[in-house]
Ligand binder design. Structure first.
Ligand code: NAP
Length: 480
């Protein structure tokens, strides 16, 4: 098995591990130390990967379902066996703590297991052709055929499981796939690829190209031999990719600035614990992280006091320590950006209830009140450990405010009143509503994705497989 080295990893093209003279250093955001290096691929490398992957398209489509399922389940077992290695890689290259990293590895194992299970449940359905006059003597149904070659571009914040969310469904659906992981966190994807090769995946089915997205991704996005672009990342990058991709299938899992609503009948202790965790896990670098909390006026003061007290209990520190709750941001630039956004919110009238200080790449978990809708932390995606609390007159006012942004991934609602829960569910413009939980709840089997600027399409293994396969219909005209 390859080890985390400082001498350099290779990237995977068509079953061959390849290096390049030019490399990109992988650094630990905690202290900026170099932990490894990966090849700096070029656009030509991406073209080569696409040519090689065409063989993978044939190999993948020829694999019977039981083989796809066996490889996926074997890969899940291998990742589970190497759990501590994967967790350490995540906790070094990304900003997650070791406990957060272990939980991501467990999620990855589930994602791959689910992919193996769903591979055998890719079923079509019969079509009632005789619902229109003139089609009385016709019978038929549809299949899901592989799309072919999937181009996957992934972000830094879940460097393993978000890659698994593309590779697992792609293989389950009988496709080949090229992954371009985030430049700052390429190692998890490379080690996952190694697990797949060890599990017996045919050589050309999976390639992992390391390199800077702006330099290497255009051939992937624009080449007609790539049948689908499955992207997870920020809105601006996603929009730029969509413009370039032309007529091809696209999956866009983008960001958000998720709202949570807390009504006066809610279990406040539960609401505080879940919302603090949802706001600050992964140092707030989480697409469904809580960014805005609307609390019914009569309980606002009690909620805010308990929220700040719970936030104060969080321990910021070294990622590999078992007692650390919050690590650094992905780099100091991001921490400085967060600092600037909080400063701007304060200049526009906000008060800092807790936090607001930076040290290198670390930014203290920060709670704001009185944030103006003009401030970036209100309407943009903060993607850092910053949350804003707002009093709301009633549920309608909270829903209106929650919807008052260009994003719509997930929302949370705390209430013990079923009618209010359903009322909110019907009116919140998001892809998922979590009742008595924060927006930060996901299992890998559920349909996951957003509306508005939060994206197009759905992931979640079964749903991603649907997006990565084509329906092909068959109709038999009976000669009688
Ligand atoms: P990002 O900057 O948009 O980068 C995402 C990926 O796109 C990286 O691999 C990046 O490569 C690549 N990329 C950059 N420029 C590109 C270009 N011109 N053409 C093609 N690809 C390009 O996002 P991030 O900062 O890594 O991740 C954070 C964002 O992801 C947040 O907005 C978060 O909400 C979102 N996210 C969404 C979900 C979801 O499921 N909805 C889940 C997790 C994260 P380089 O690294 O080389 O620049």
């Amino acid at each position: 098995m390859v080890k985390v080295t400082t001498t350099g990893q290779k990237m995977l093209i068509g079953g061959r591990w390849e290096d390049r003279e030019e490399t990109i250093e992988v650094r630990d955001p905690e202290d900026n130390s170099i932990i490894d290096a990966v090849p700096a691929a070029s656009a030509e490398d991406m073209r080569l990967a696409i040519r090689e992957a065409k063989k993978g398209v044939e190999q993948a489509a020829r694999m019977p379902v039981y083989e796809r399922a066996a490889i996926l389940k074997k890969a899940a077992d291998i990742v589970a066996e190497r759990k501590e290695l994967f967790a350490t890689i995540i906790a070094r290259e990304s900003s997650k703590t070791i406990r957060e990293a272990r939980s991501e590895v467990s999620r990855c194992v589930q994602t791959l297991q689910l992919s193996g299970e769903e591979a055998s449940r890719i079923n079509g359905e019969t079509v009632a052709y005789d619902q229109v006059p003139g089609s009385e003597n016709r019978l038929g149904y549809y299949y899901h055929f592989p799309k072919g070659l999937i181009g996957a571009i992934t972000p830094f914040n879940d460097p393993l499981n978000l890659v698994a969310h593309k590779v697992g469904p792609a293989i389950a659906g009988g496709n080949a796939i090229i992954v371009k992981p985030a430049t700052v966190t390429p190692l998890s994807a490379l080690y996952l690829a190694e697990a797949f090769l060890d599990a017996g995946l045919p050589a050309h089915v999976l390639s992992v190209i390391t390199g800077r997205g702006a330099e290497v991704c255009d051939p992937l996005v624009t080449n007609p031999d790539v049948n689908m672009i499955s992207f997870t990342g920020g809105y601006e990058t996603g929009e730029a990719i969509t413009r370039k991709a032309g007529v091809k299938a696209i999956g866009m899992e983008l960001g958000s600035n998720s709202p949570v609503i807390v009504l006066k009948d809610a279990d406040l202790r539960l609401a505080v614990e879940a919302t603090v965790s949802g706001a600050f896990s992964a140092a707030g670098q989480n697409c469904i992280g809580v960014q805005r909390v609307y609390v019914e006026e009569t309980v606002y003061a009690a909620f805010a006091e308990a929220f700040v007290a719970e936030t104060k209990r969080l321990r910021t520190g070294r990622k590999l320590s078992e007692t650390t709750d919050i690590g650094p941001l992905i780099d100091e630039r991001e921490a400085r950006r967060t600092e600037a956004w909080v400063r701007e919110a304060v200049e526009k009238g906000a008060s800092v209830l807790h936090g607001g200080t930076r040290s290198g790449a670390f930014y203290e978990p920060t709670v704001l009140a009185g944030v103006s809708p003009e401030a970036k932390v209100y309407w943009k995606e903060a993607f850092g450990p910053v949350v804003s609390l707002f009093p709301a007159r009633d549920l309608d006012a909270a829903i209106t405010a929650a919807n008052d942004v260009d994003y719509g991934l997930q929302a949370g609602v705390f209430t013990q009143d079923l009618n209010k829960a359903f009322y909110a569910l019907q009116r919140l413009k998001v892809g998922g509503v979590m009742i008595n939980d924060s927006s930060d709840y996901r299992v890998d089997a559920m349909p996951f994705g957003g509306v508005k600027g939060s994206g197009v399409g759905r992931e979640g293994v079964k749903f991603a497989i649907r997006e990565m396969t084509e329906k092909k219909v068959v109709c038999f005209k009976l000669i009688q």
